[in-house]
Design a protein around this ligand. Structure first.
Ligand SMILES: [Zn+2]
Length: 149
C-alpha cells in the first residue's frame, strides 16, 4: 500500500547478524523513495550497520536506559560512571561534548550522584546520551548528503 513510510519491527532474529540479514532481504522490497523506520534498535554499532542497509530513522529506549544504569556514550566507547576510576576524574564525560551535562559537571560529580542514588544523576546522564545520539545522527545525515555512505 502507498504508505508515507515503512516501519520494520517485531521479531527480526535472535542475534544482530540475523537482524542485519533480515533487513538485507526486506529493505530492497520496500519503495526506495519512502523512509524506512526500524523499531527498537538503538546501539551505536547496530545503527551504523542499519543505516548502511537503508534504515532512515530509529526509536529506542537504549540511550536513556543505558544512562539510567550509569553507562555513558563517548566517541571512544562506553563509560561506566559508577566505576571507582571515576571517583576522582574531574574531566567532563567527553571533552568535546557541548551538552549541558558536559559543560557543567565532572565525571567525579556524576559518579557521586550515582553512588548517592540522586535522581539528578539519571537526568544528567540521559541529557548527555541523547545529545550524543543527536550528534551521531547529524554526522550520518551529513555523510549521506555528501555521498559518503
Ligand atoms: Zn555530553
Amino acid at each position: 500500500m502507498p504508505f508515507d513510510g515503512y516501519a520494520i519491527g517485531g521479531s527480526l532474529g535472535k542475534t544482530k547478524e540475523q537482524i542485519f540479514e533480515m533487513l538485507s532481504y526486506t529493505i530492497p522490497l520496500l519503495p526506495a523513495d519512502k523512509p524506512n523506520h526500524l523499531l527498537g534498535i538503538g546501539d551505536v554499532f547496530s545503527i551504523d550497520q542499519c543505516i548502511k542497509l537503508g534504515i532512515d530513522t530509529f526509536d529506542s529506549s537504549h540511550p536513556t536506559r543505558s544512562a539510567r544504569h550509569g553507562t555513558l556514550f563517548t566517541k571512544n566507547g562506553l563509560i561506566k560512571i559508577g566505576n571507582s576510576s571515576m571517583k576522582h576524574d574531574f574531566n567532563s564525560i567527553e571533552k568535546e561534548c557541548a551538552c549541558f551535562t558536559c559543560t557543567h559537571y565532572t565525571r567525579a560529580y556524576l559518579h557521586h550522584l550515582f553512588k548517592a542514588k540522586e535522581m539528578t544523576a539519571y537526568s544528567l546522564a540521559s541529557i548527555h546520551n541523547i545529545y550524543f545520539m543527536v550528534q551521531l545522527m547529524a554526522n550520518y545525515r551529513a555523510a549521506i548528503l555528501a555521498d559518503e555512505i
